[in-house]
Design a protein around this ligand. Structure first.
Ligand SMILES: [Zn+2]
Length: 290
């Protein structure tokens, strides 16, 4: 199973994208495609599908800053992305649904495109001197013409962990989630932390449990707007859960209770491959003991 946004075949062309002539040749390539956004969601074509068109023609459409940016090359095909001005095309469904329905290859393009476009939108000005920054290297960075600072797209590492003890695991829910939905705990890493320390701190803060061991499982880019979810199994000392203010509820679940949770309508809203939370829970379910 390929987790959504994790297909590794997309070549970011890090050694070539800073060369304007090379980017021009990619843009002119007859195979070059551009995926177009309307706000944070995909723009729609006339048939109601994602608006994906030849990059050369997409470059002529009215777009928000930073305009058309280079995303990468997949199987010899260059990909670009841009965010259309309002009114140019209809806005599609919530991006989560578009990404969940896409092939693994397209989902990796969509995720990288959305993360980069959202970053540009929020970094039009230099955080060092306040001047307007310029797009550089076909959208892979911004440069301040006033103080010379280079600004690179930001990734926010977050830990996401399945907490378990004995034959039970901990799942929580946030107040804005659909009714009946429970999932793994998660939180942003803080400066000065290792991954393990962030896991221990988050579990202590969120449910007041003491984690005794941490095992890395996998990671997943999460373009909402640009996290890297670091998936962990966290063994904890058993105890009473005390959910913090961000959680509406947190409970201990047996394996049978978790399986029952997966059979509810709310669990079937998203495919299994969409989130690393599901992968972590299924890993625990498949372990017969402890
Ligand atoms: Zn500056």
């Amino acid at each position: 199973m390929t987790l959504t946004f994790t297909d590794a075949a997309l070549d970011h062309a890090g050694l070539l994208r800073s060369k304007p002539d090379w980017i021009e040749s990619q843009l002119a390539d007859r195979k070059a495609q551009a995926v177009l956004f309307a706000g944070g969601d995909l723009a729609l074509n006339d048939q109601g599908g994602p608006l994906i068109m030849r990059a050369k023609y997409a470059a002529r459409l009215p777009m928000k800053p930073p305009g058309l940016i280079f995303i990468g090359v997949l199987d010899g095909q260059p990909w670009f992305a841009g965010s259309l001005e309002p009114g140019v095309a209809e806005k599609g469904p919530d991006f989560r649904h578009s990404a969940a329905e896409a092939t693994p290859e397209l989902a990796s393009i969509l995720g990288r495109a959305r993360a980069l476009l959202m970053w540009h939108r929020e970094h039009l000005f230099c955080s060092n001197c306040g001047a307007s920054t310029d797009v550089a290297d076909a959208g892979s960075k911004r440069v301040c013409p006033s103080c010379g600072t280079e600004h690179f797209p930001r990734v926010n590492p977050s830990v996401i962990m399945l907490v378990h003890a004995g034959d039970q695991c901990v799942l929580g829910r946030q107040p804005n989630w659909p009714e009946g939905m429970y999932s793994t705990l998660a939180g942003f890493m803080e400066p000065g932390e290792t991954i393990e320390a962030a896991c221990v701190r988050e579990v202590a803060e969120e449910v007041h449990l003491k984690v005794t061991s941490v095992e890395y499982v996998a990671s997943q880019p999460w373009p909402f707007p640009s996290q890297l979810m670091i998936g962990l199994m966290a063994e904890a000392e058993p105890g009473t859960l005390v959910p913090d203010d961000d959680l509406e509820d947190a409970r201990w679940f047996t394996r049978d209770e978790v399986r029952a949770l997966f059979n509810t309508e709310v669990s079937r809203m998203m495919p299994r491959h969409f989130s690393i939370a599901r992968m972590l829970i299924e890993r625990w379910l498949s372990a017969d003991s402890v």
